[in-house]
Design a protein around this ligand. Structure first.
Ligand code: SF4
Length: 73
């Protein structure tokens, strides 16, 4: 049985620590003491995917991406 899941990926070079992503997707993103996001490694379940996409779209520097998790089962 296989199903696709999604993960958040951060480009730390593009991230400017605006923190919007953590506000929009607190289920997987917290901020470190400098305001940079710390992304939880768990795959994003389908029910959380819209939150993840919203957070990625809100990032002003396009530093946050939602990608298919292609790890082998
Ligand atoms: S919204 Fe974008 S720039 Fe701001 S902390 Fe999140 S990833 Fe970084």
């Amino acid at each position: 049985m296989s199903h696709s899941s999604h993960k958040l990926r951060l480009n730390p070079i593009a991230c400017e620590a605006h923190g919007m992503c953590a506000e929009l997707f607190p289920e997987r993103i917290s901020l470190d003491e400098w305001g940079y996001p710390v992304i939880a490694g768990e795959p994003i379940s389908p029910s959380l995917l819209s939150h993840a996409r919203r957070a990625a779209q809100a990032c002003p520097t396009f530093a946050l991406l939602v990608e298919k998790d292609k790890a082998p089962a």
